[in-house]
Write a protein of this length. Sequence first.
Length: 330
Amino acid sequence: MDDFSNRRRQRFISEQYFKRWSDFGRENIETWSRILPANGSENSKRAIAASLRADSRFRLLLLQFTAGEPIAPMREELDRIVADYEEYAKFQSLEFESPNWPAFLLTELKDYERAMQLIGLCYLLHRRDLLPRIAALEDPSFRAQDTLYEDLLAYGVEGRVDVDKWFHGSYRDCINSVYGDTDEESLADLDTYLGQWYSSMSSVDWHDSHLDLSEDRGLYFGYWAIEAAALAYLLELDDTSLREHIVYPKDLVDFARSVQESAPRETPPAGPVTVRTGQICPETGVWKAQGHNVPGVLVKQGEVMPHVFAPDRSGAHRPQPAMWEFERKA
């Protein structure tokens, strides 16, 4: 077997397919970072472009993982994915004059799966700093409505809600694993969940996509129950029995554990810590407004991130929302 065959994490992917659709994904990201769709209002076009970038980035990340690419670089890419979903939600809110438009409609299985995967990756890639931003996108519409959403966030975000209801029954065994009286019970629930995970996704567009890897098809980017791996990691389970499931991303669990063992919990993430105006400051220090040539400001942990006072397009100085990047401790 060649190096690619040995390196890949699922047997369905070929090197030719990986290269073709990796190039396509990168081209999509570049295109929709530079231009907007031809039709629709300005807000609609910006929302669609951000959605296409977010989807391409997420699929490319999973495709790279499936092909056996190194995991560490994916930590920084996760920040870009969340930022694109934030931009999508922002312009959707403006388009429909509805504040706090969610990035994911959790009542829809395809969106729900993507959201649970994204939250799970925040733990497995040690990017818990992104969790409040994901919660800010979804909470106005879906807070206290789904057990797994609340339980997963609760490991990294304070003040979550104890709720006993869920949108999708196929996730029940995954939910039950959190409440097992013993590790054995939690493992049994996760084992059952992993055994039925793929069949439960039969209504999603990528289901069975590995059966047709022709040039005009690019829906396969890996089948991964990332939320199950995140729970195995968070619950500190001996996941040996789960590793027999092809949809269990054991290498992500190994990565999460290796980073935890080799570095203290206080180690900052690989990418810059960023927080948007209106979100809660995660750490006291001096914060710099990205894209604005203004001095940094001191913000204390627990405070709401401020607006930046800067010139708008007309040159008038006004308070404006900003993406704040942590610069240094105070």
